[in-house]
Design a protein around this ligand. Structure first.
Ligand code: NDP
Length: 327
């Protein structure tokens, strides 16, 4: 039996991703055999599909770091045929064949149940981006940042993680300032709950080590000079959740805000996050997001369009989140 999949191949001088047929026998033997319903396109999938970043560690590779699937067959007591499950990360789509295919075999340890309040499509509109935004919000909360603490800054606000960060924070009562390089997105970000805006260019160049104390918290999707300036502009005791590197992986910062204002830089990793945190984050997402707003952030394409959209994502032309309908 064969099934449809996006497949990435690499030779010495050629990197290629194409929609093709794979043999079911080629799937690795894991606990749970899944029929994929939806996957999604994240920044990392864009890097993998276009070859613009060294994301794929093994070839041939099926990309897709996210999926919602129905269990066909399971050797684990945790799941039975017919269950709907979510997978985010764990190296899937990088080291292990991922979600941009009709079938997948995965470890039970990596899967969590799809919360009853979410449809498979909604869960993939949320995807790793929304789940990472939720983990970032949880980090601020775990460090006792509340709406009363003061305003929160979100950088890379027009992207997938940023859009969800703005929305979730606003839903929880925080006053959110959105940083974006695209002024055309102000109405969209306002609808998600942003009350103030800054342009990307105000933050993305080298700045002073200590700046005006403006923010109680921040969710940074961008890294580099932007993150250094965010740290420099935190209020005393402020907390920055660091989750992305859209501007760069470097952090040309000073220790001044840490030792003079006692700020905290909280690192957010979604890929290897323990299962209990994942279940909590997804439950909170299911409780917080409402259908109407979700449909403003998300759009759905089919597998045949994924290659084209991956290039658009890399060119910074995509707003919000893309689910990919598989079945
Ligand atoms: P998107 O491409 O959807 O969003 C990134 C946003 O960053 C863009 O929309 C843009 O926002 C802004 N941006 C892009 N280039 C630059 C630049 N040169 N300087 C400043 N801002 C820039 O990606 P995601 O939202 O999916 O991911 C955001 C980041 O988070 C990525 O770096 C990704 O790798 C990382 N990530 C990390 C995870 C983790 O586990 N820690 C999980 C998921 C993602 P705008 O146009 O509004 O300025």
């Amino acid at each position: 039996m064969t099934f449809r999949a996006l497949v990435i191949n690499k030779t010495d001088d050629h990197y290629q991703c194409e929609l093709t047929q794979l043999e079911t026998d080629a799937l690795t033997d894991e606990d749970v055999h899944l029929k994929v319903l939806y996957s999604s396109l994240n920044y990392k999938d864009g890097l993998a599909i276009t070859g613009k970043g060294p994301v794929v560690r093994k070839f041939p590779m099926v990309p897709g770091i996210d999926l919602v699937a129905e269990v066909i067959d399971s050797r684990s007591d945790e799941f039975s045929a017919g269950d709907q499950v979510i997978l985010n990360g764990w190296g899937v789509g990088e080291k292990y064949w991922g979600g941009l295919a009709e079938y997948a075999n995965l470890r039970a340890d990596w899967l969590i149940p799809l919360p009853a309040k979410l449809t498979p499509e909604q869960a993939m509109w949320i995807g790793t981006a929304g789940y990472t935004a939720m983990l970032s919000v949880m980090a601020l909360q775990q460090h006792h940042i509340t709406p009363e603490s003061g305003p929160i800054l979100v950088t890379g606000a027009g992207g997938g993680v940023g859009s969800f960060a703005v929305y979730l924070l606003a839903k929880l009562g925080f006053k959110v300032t959105a940083v974006t390089g695209r002024e055309s997105l102000y109405p969209y970000l306002k609808e998600l709950g942003a009350v103030q805006f800054m342009t990307r260019s105000e933050l993305d160049k080298p700045g002073k080590p200590l700046q005006k104390e403006s923010w109680a918290g921040a969710i940074d999707c961008v890294g580099s000079h932007t993150l250094a300036n965010v740290c420099a502009g935190m209020q005393y005791g402020g907390v920055v959740a660091c989750c992305g590197l859209a501007q760069g992986m470097d952090l040309p910062a000073s220790v001044a805000p840490f030792i003079l204002r006692g700020i905290t830089l909280a690192g957010i990793d979604s890929v290897m996050r323990p299962k209990a945190d994942r279940i909590e984050a997804w439950q909170q997402l299911a409780d917080l997001v409402d259908e109407e707003v979700l449909s403003k952030i998300g759009q759905t394409i089919v597998l045949e369009q994924a290659l084209d959209y991956a290039h658009q994502l890399m060119d910074g032309q995509v707003k919000g989140r893309i689910a990919v309908k598989i079945a």
